[in-house]
Design a protein around this ligand. Structure first.
Ligand code: NAD
Length: 252
């Protein structure tokens, strides 16, 4: 049987692989035949994900992406140990909520460091010499990139920065036959979502999600499958795109 999403023989870096979307993505990519190199701040979470992977040859690296200057030496170490990559699934991210009048420079800086600056560094460093022709990069953006919410200034700005950076990268990456895209989900049923639901069970945002996210809250496996689709050769001409995965909420 032909599987257009077959990833056999591909080596893929998954950031944020210790939980949620990143963990589910690492597991699904391994089921599709990929060798997965995982990166996260949580060693414990990485080991949990490692136990879920199919196949052999996977590895894990612990790092704090807030240390943007540490990304280049880390990528050099990973490249030296792992060789050529065929894909990146960038799922690491933080989503703190803060009222605007309490959103200081240092708060915005931290979110930009983890969600955006490190992303640019990872792509820049790994695509220099250690990426195969025909490779593909997928980054987790969010519907927050295009829809503002009162308490999400830093988060929204970091995702909008990511999406616009991707559109600036496509030309240089295309010269090496590398594609880059992002996904913009509304709420996905992970720890990030559960924390929000527990803290603010009856916000307008959650009421809207219940009423207007017509296809429901996404499950991590649905996001993982879309990432796999974009990493696979089934989508060889898709680049510079940010795909909405919002269950219809932005249209309704
Ligand atoms: N869950 C949602 O509803 C939702 C919606 C839209 C977009 N997203 C995006 O999807 C991505 C994954 O979200 P999730 O819901 O799986 O969240 P999650 O909190 O379950 O996973 C995020 C991962 O990033 C890692 N991480 C956080 N800070 C780090 C740092 N400084 N260095 C290294 N690793 C770090 C965490 O340890 C964790 O494993 C995020 O970029 C998020 O913005 C999530």
């Amino acid at each position: 049987m032909v599987n257009p999403m077959d990833l056999t023989g591909k080596k893929i870096l998954v950031t944020g692989a210790a939980s949620g979307i990143g963990s589910e993505t690492a597991a699904q990519l391994s089921r599709l035949g990929a060798t997965v190199v995982m990166l996260d701040i949580s060693e414990e979470g990485l080991s949990r994900t490692m136990a879920m992977l199919e196949g052999e040859g996977h590895s894990q690296y612990v790092c704090n992406l807030k240390d943007v200057e540490g990304v280049e030496p880390l990528m050099k170490k990973i490249a030296a140990e792992q060789g050529i990559f065929h894909g990146i699934a960038h799922c690491a991210g933080i989503a703190p909520m803060r009222p605007f009048n309490m959103t200081k420079y240092e708060n915005v800086l931290e979110v930009m460091q983890v969600n955006f600056f490190s992303f640019v560094e990872i792509v820049r460093c790994l695509t220099k010499k250690n990426f195969a022709e025909g490779g593909s990069i997928v980054a987790m953006s969010s519907i927050a990139s295009i829809h503002g919410k009162q308490t999400k200034l830093a988060y929204s700005a970091s995702k909008a920065a990511m999406d616009s950076a991707i559109r600036c990268m496509i030309c240089d990456l295309a010269k090496k036959k590398i594609r880059i895209n992002s996904l913009m989900p509304s709420w996905v049923n992970t720890r990030m979502y559960q924390i929000y639901v527990d803290r603010y069970p009856d916000t307008t945002e959650l009421r809207d999600v219940r009423e207007k996210q017509y296809m429901g809250v996404s499950e991590p496996i649905e996001v993982a499958n879309t990432i796999a689709f974009l990493l696979s050769d089934a989508t060889k001409t898709i680049t510079g795109t940010s795909i909405l995965m919002d269950g219809g909420i932005s249209q309704g």
